[in-house]
Design a protein around this ligand. Structure first.
Ligand SMILES: Nc1nc2c(ncn2[C@@H]2O[C@H](COP(=O)(O)OP(=O)(O)OP(=O)(O)O)[C@@H](O)[C@H]2O)c(=O)[nH]1
Ligand SMILES: [Mg+2]
Length: 498
């Protein structure tokens, strides 16, 4: 059989009849060139396909929620469990952040005492929430009618704790360009119209410190500890000086924090430091020492506000993946990118560009703050803000197919708050006469969030709801394992190219 019978297309590639030797040479050269171009195109297509497959095989998760909802803490849990080496390398660097958190609390107390000594009037009740479903007025605080009894001892403590201000400035400088003081502002649930880069607040004597790039910040002190951070103007000696001053102030800090009249003043001024972020005053004995090393729990509780968007990569071990269970191998789904965002209103306009191509949203709704208001907008109840935000996220067309995971967070604080007498129905009238216990509150709020999801989702979608306290690393590890496997399972289902 000839070539044409074997290959019907051979007729198109056969040499022309009566081809001269020169024509043949030219034809062979041309065919070789065409093959080279064709092979290159094939290679490029193959590489593009591989890149697309790799890109599609990467799992992308976005952490959303208002400021102080626990997004960065959830990320820390992920990294502690699944990126152990990087987590360990950063551990020492968190010491500076925790020391700064501690000093901030002390300075807040000193300033509050000063206001009391100066006779500065109590902050008036802030305006009521505009919503008719929430009542943001604070209930009367215990101890409001107690007389204050501040004396020379308090003046003396204030004097002796003065050097902490210098340490605060030093720590801030040392933590570097990645951090800055922040204040509030910005309207709209996604902070629309808030074009400016952050900056502002904070009410009730609290001040906060933000971080534009965790890595920058954490590398700063670490480099300083290693004596290599000339750019940040510091040697480890100067670094140790901060620790030295803090250690030498330990007894005075304890005296201040455990003083009964001081507690009365804090109550009168409605300053509940033990409920606020970055609270370490009950750990002074352990932390205000020369050889303090942060524990995992300390790092979870450390507070550093996120500014902008932070991206973290986690490479899961093949053995720790569910891939084997579903009969898949290779690198599919092992690489994850987690995006941590700043949650205050001025920063929310930056979220939307990240919605595209996201596999799952982990939305943090702190449910203990049913009686609190947004720092950046004191007219808005924090729980109400979470409902509005959840509504907007669930209703986003870009996220129509995204798996939604809701963490009803800060359950530990909810328990403490309910135990101390705060009543949910006082702030959320629709709660009605239901029992004011944590289980009922969690159940009620979970249903509310579920209803919103159902109403707002453009099409039915996969969703999961968890009651969490993400500072509890052990319980969170279990939750994260379930979350990871659920996200991966959905990702595999949608992976039509595998
Ligand atoms: N007690 C308790 N504290 C929590 C919990 N979750 C977070 N926190 C603390 O709340 C503070 C704020 O948490 P972050 O994770 O920094 O909050 P965020 O959502 O990242 O806030 P932004 O970066 O401002 O958007 C930290 O000091 C945490 O340790 C929780 O479940 N229980
Ligand atoms: Mg954060």
């Amino acid at each position: 059989m000839g070539a044409i019978e074997n290959d019907p297309f051979a007729i198109f590639t056969m040499p022309p009849p009566n081809e001269t030797p020169a024509e043949k040479t030219e034809r062979v050269r041309r065919e070789a060139e065409e093959k080279r171009v064709s092979d290159r195109i094939d290679e490029e297509i193959k590489a593009d396909k591989a890149a697309l497959k790799k890109q599609k095989s990467v799992v992308k998760v976005l952490l959303l929620g208002q400021s102080e909802s626990g997004k960065s803490t959830t990320l820390k849990n992920f990294r502690m469990k699944y990126a152990r080496a990087a987590w360990k390398a950063e551990r020492a660097s968190w010491r500076a952040v925790i020391q700064l958190n501690l000093i901030r609390s002390i300075i807040t107390i000193v300033e509050t005492l000063q206001a009391e000594m100066d006779g500065t009037p109590l902050i008036e009740d802030l305006p009521r929430a505009s919503s008719d479903t929430f009542d943001s007025a604070s209930p009367p605080q215990p101890g409001q009618s107690l007389p204050y009894r501040l004396n020379e001892k308090h003046q003396l403590l204030k004097l002796r704790l003065g050097p902490l201000r210098r340490v605060e400035a030093d720590l801030k400088r040392r933590l570097g360009a990645g951090t800055e003081e922040v204040v509030g502002g910005g309207g709209g649930v996604f902070g629309e119209g808030a074009g400016s880069e952050v900056t502002g607040i904070v009410g009730r004597g609290q001040r906060e410190f933000g971080v534009r790039g965790w890595k920058q910040v954490l590398e700063g002190p670490l480099a300083a500890l290693n004596g290599t951070s000339e750019g940040r103007g510091g040697s480890s000696d100067a670094w140790d000086e901060a620790t030295e001053v803090i250690a030498s102030c330990k007894e005075d800090m304890i005296a201040l924090w455990t003083d009964e009249p001081v507690r009365d003043v804090l109550n009168r001024r409605r300053l509940r430091l033990e409920h606020s972020a970055g609270f370490f005053l009950n750990d002074l004995e352990r932390i205000a020492t020369r050889d303090y090393e942060p524990s995992d729990d300390d790092i979870m509780r450390a507070r550093l506000r996120t500014l902008g968007i932070q991206e973290y990569r986690i490479q899961f071990e093949p053995s720790s993946s569910i891939l084997g269970n579903v009969g898949l191998s290779g690198e599919f789904g092992q690489e994850w990118v987690l995006y941590d965002v700043g949650g205050s209103r001025t920063m929310r306009h930056k979220w939307v560009p990240y919605f595209e191509g996201i596999n799952a949203i982990i939305f943090l709704a702190p449910i203990s703050c049913f009686d609190e208001r947004l720092l950046e907008d004191p007219d808005v109840n924090r729980l109400e803000d979470s409902f509005l935000l959840w509504r907007a996220v669930c209703g986003s067309k870009l996220l129509a197919k995204t798996t939604m995971i809701l963490f009803l967070n800060k359950c530990d604080l909810l328990k403490r708050k309910l135990k101390s007498g705060a009543e949910v129905r006082q702030f959320l009238p629709s709660y009605g006469d239901r029992p004011n216990d944590p289980a009922t509150v969690v159940k009620y709020l979970k249903e509310k969030f579920k209803d919103i999801l159902k109403q707002q989702s453009p099409e039915p979608r996969v969703s999961y709801f968890y009651a969490t306290s993400v500072t509890d690393t052990k319980a969170t590890a279990t939750t994260l394992k379930t979350v990871r496997d659920s996200i991966l399972r959905e990702h595999l289902k949608s992976a039509d190219f595998v």
